[in-house]
Design a binder for this molecule. Structure first.
Ligand code: SF4
Length: 368
């Protein structure tokens, strides 16, 4: 049965989703992508500037999804509903209400492939929709598939089916090797990650064709496509290539990533904001709160207004406490020390924003 499949890409205001949009336009112009932005009404100005620049590079409108059009501000509307209970990493109602729900409403029951800008040098999945009619694809990674799809392909019970597909799509001269790899069950000695690596090492595109055909008999949006140009994609995009995409397209990296110098007790450091999203996002580090206080005092004051009736953005201190001079000095010194430790380790990029990238499961719609 043939059904239309939509291709959608969310712009968060972060550098990776913006780079992915530019990448798809250049490398896959044959895919008609709808770009969208879930607006919380509390984003930084740089996010809106980036969206404007991207619209001109992409030659398309980026659709603004708002969570509640009848209210003047989406975040404040839901905050009232939650009786002033501020969101936190343990209670992320904002992600659900302001990012995921508007997106899922916009898609409705349509089949959609959602392109996510998680890079090849990152080891995470991101927090994405789990609705069965929305499938996530990751064009920056060596393979483009979600962990859920990979689990199916590499599951021990599917070895025979996968081998049959390799007989059809694999290179004849490698058939013995495919058979060895696929025939060996996953155990504590032969791990999922190793098996995947072994198959990708033989050929990424052949692996993609096998997965594509495998999914034809499963109920995924991609099963409804006759062909899919990303199957031949053997590119991988890391952090350096992301910056290169900005440069090649003449788009300015959002200003909040700019490193700003500060000095404390005679020691020099630099700080910035590590990601997009709401100016008061509770995921930001203490040094980012200090950055907000010193670089955008108006926004910091607005964030402070939300701290009332015992609610605060951080677990262990309030914004009023964090900006006491001694506390600011301590946070800056701790940050310089942490950074130094990380710089001594191995990092693919020497930019602070990448060195301090978040290791949590973050929301693809807010930060990527
Ligand atoms: S950026 Fe932070 S505060 Fe804003 S919606 Fe996302 S998680 Fe919530």
């Amino acid at each position: 049965m043939s059904r239309k499949v939509r291709h959608v890409l969310g712009i968060s205001g972060g550098k990776d989703s913006a780079a992915l949009a530019m990448y798809m336009k250049t490398h896959h112009p044959e895919i008609d992508i709808e770009y969208y932005f879930s607006d919380t009404g509390k984003e930084l100005n740089e996010t809106y500037e980036l969206i404007e620049e991207l619209e001109s590079v992409l030659g398309k409108t980026i659709i603004h999804l708002e969570s509640n059009l009848s209210h003047k501000n989406p975040f404040d509307h839901y905050l009232d509903i939650y009786n002033g209970f501020l969101p936190s990493s343990m209670a992320r109602w904002c992600t659900q209400k302001l990012k995921l729900e508007p997106f899922e409403r916009w898609i409705g029951d349509d089949l959609a492939i959602s392109y996510v800008g998680i890079r090849d040098d990152e080891d995470r999945e991101g927090y994405v929709s789990t609705k069965p009619n929305i499938q996530s694809i990751f064009p920056f990674r060596k393979h483009i598939w979600s962990i859920e799809v990979l689990n199916k392909i590499l599951h021990n019970t599917n070895r025979e089916r996968v081998m049959d597909l390799y007989r059809k799509y694999g290179s004849p001269e490698l058939m013995n090797r495919y058979s060895e790899i696929i025939g060996e069950p996953l155990t504590s000695k032969y791990l999922f990650s190793q098996k995947l690596k072994d198959l990708l090492h033989l050929s990424i595109s052949k692996f993609n064709y096998v997965v594509f055909e495998f999914l034809k008999s499963e109920n995924y949006p991609i099963s409804y496509l006759k062909e899919y140009s990303l199957l031949n994609n053997e590119d991988s995009v890391d952090i350096n290539k992301v910056y290169q995409l900005f440069k090649e397209n003449g788009v300015k990296v959002p200003g909040y990533y700019d490193e700003i110098e500060f000095e404390i007790n005679g020691i020099k450091g630099v700080y910035n904001r590590s990601r997009s999203g709401c100016y008061f996002c509770f995921f930001q580090r203490k040094i980012e709160w200090i950055w907000l206080y010193e670089r955008h005092p108006d926004l910091f004051a607005k964030a402070q207004e939300y701290e009332k009736e015992g609610y605060s953005w951080m677990d262990n201190e309030t914004l009023a406490e964090i900006i006491q001079p001694d506390r600011i000095a301590q946070i800056k010194l701790d940050y310089i020390a942490t950074l130094q430790k990380k710089l001594n380790g191995k990092n693919k990029s020497n930019r602070l924003v990448d060195i301090l990238a978040d290791e949590n499961e973050i929301c693809a719609n807010c930060f990527i």
